[in-house]
Design a protein around this ligand. Structure first.
Ligand SMILES: [Zn+2]
Ligand SMILES: [Zn+2]
Length: 431
């Protein structure tokens, strides 16, 4: 067995003289190096480092701005997905699966040694339905849609990590990089999980980060157990019959039952609300009739959002609303239907994963804050807990940074390098 010696201080590898093809085969060359033949017989050569594609910080920032300028809504991330796939292809993952549960993508970088475990990292593809007012030269060109949650930055971080893994493959673990569609509607993770193509994606631990305005720049925010709340939207439709306002008795006006349901939700959820600080049920819209005085309206709609740190409490609250609707039906001649929408499971972190994030951050001299309360908003990452342990953590975007989902928000690009380093450290330091 002939072993390659590492190059000396000159950075040059010694010329290796080989006498047979057998010897070439037995030569142990690390994957990032290549035997370049010097003579025609092809046996004598010099080992040189393979020139690999690279996403440096400059190109990552440029790419982030391009992604920012073309945001797409949940479930419609066609261009974004193509762009990410295009970049990933240049970084030659060992496996690349596209169109998982819509526009989802998964790329695998295999270990150079014996893989002890598999780690997964996730970013999101979608923008939100808000008209951007940042005035930036790379502002959204898609009217009414913007990258107002920083998913453009999260994608850049994961592509930066892909570049690192391409340059220096992981030694002791396999790594999956996951680009998830439709995070904002809570539909994407479930759609990916339901897709057969997802069956081959396994992980011992899965990680994701979210940038968090309002917290010091680069601060790593961790939380044991529940990181973000579970939630569900309830859409209640009332189908009555409109009539002339002078003859309301000829129609079926749902205003009575709608008021009763709203009052019920606002006043009779004491047990639910006292069950946990995050337990909330909030009326998000009420729609009935037009601004006219000659019509008694027939159709109405109400929206509620139910939030809790526990999936079970959300279930309980939904049942309570359902039961009330059952009672209201008895006093209403029209139809009442209820639809659940945008369901988010609670994001419940895994203890080992949280420890991994803390120790990686400390090794990088990043400040860590352990939060005592979970966030009241929801994150679709929690859904993946069905398949593997997950850990979601926050990365501070700066105390005065415009809030997520606001029209003046833009991802803080300084977090790209921090995010890549932190993920890489979780990979390299985990064993
Ligand atoms: Zn968001
Ligand atoms: Zn987000």
């Amino acid at each position: 067995m002939i072993r390659c010696r590492l190059p000396g201080k000159t950075g040059r590898w010694p010329i290796i003289v080989l006498w047979s093809e057998m010897e070439i085969k037995s030569l142990k060359i690390p994957s990032q190096y290549l035997l370049v033949p010097l003579f025609q017989n092809g046996y004598n050569g010099r080992v040189e480092k393979i020139q690999k594609a690279e996403m440096n910080l400059h190109s990552l920032k440029k790419l982030r701005k391009e992604l920012h300028s073309k945001p797409e809504l949940s479930g419609s991330e066609k261009w974004t997905s193509q762009k990410v796939t295009e970049v990933l292809k240049t970084l030659k993952p060992d496996q690349l699966i596209t169109e998982i549960g819509g526009y989802g993508i998964a790329a695998k970088f295999s270990s150079t040694g014996e893989a002890k475990q598999t780690l997964l990292f996730r970013a999101e593809l979608d923008g939100i339905a808000v008209e951007e007012k940042t005035g930036l030269d790379y502002q959204s060109t898609n009217n009414g849609v913007m990258h107002g949650c920083g998913h453009d930055g999260h994608m850049a971080i994961l592509l930066g990590l892909a570049s690192e893994l391409h340059q220096q493959p992981p030694e002791m673990c396999d790594v999956w990089l996951l680009f998830q569609p439709a995070e904002e509607t809570g539909m994407g993770a479930a759609a990916m999980l339901a897709d057969r193509a997802f069956d081959e994606i396994e992980a011992d631990q899965a990680f994701a980060l979210h940038n968090l305005p309002g917290f010091a720049e680069h601060l790593v925010l961790v939380k044991r157990e529940v990181f973000a709340a579970a939630s569900v939207g309830l859409e209640i439709s009332f189908e009555g019959r409109s009539s002339h306002a002078a003859y309301p008795e000829e129609g079926i006006n749902p205003s009575d039952v709608m008021s009763e349901l709203t009052l019920f939700v606002n006043r009779e959820f004491d047990e639910f609300q006292s069950g946990g600080a995050l337990n909330k049920i909030v009326t998000t819209y009420i729609k009935l009739g037009e601004r006219a005085f000659g019509i008694s309206p027939g159709d109405g709609r109400i929206g509620f959002t139910v939030r809790s740190e526990s999936d079970e409490w959300v279930e309980k609250a939904v049942k309570k609303v359902e039961k009330k609707i059952g009672q209201l039906r008895k006093n209403f001649d029209g139809q009442i239907t209820m639809k659940k929408t945008e369901p988010f499971a609670a994001t419940v972190n895994h203890a080992e994963g949280v420890d991994g994030v803390i120790s990686a951050a400390e090794r990088l001299d990043l400040k860590v804050e352990e939060m005592s309360d979970p966030f009241p908003w929801s994150e679709d990452f929690g859904e993946f807990r069905q398949k593997f342990p997950i850990t979601l953590f926050g990365l501070g975007s700066g105390e005065g940074h415009p809030p997520l989902h606001s029209e003046t928000y833009d991802f803080n690009e300084k977090l790209i390098a921090t995010g890549v380093k932190l993920f890489r450290e979780i990979i390299d330091g985990g064993h």
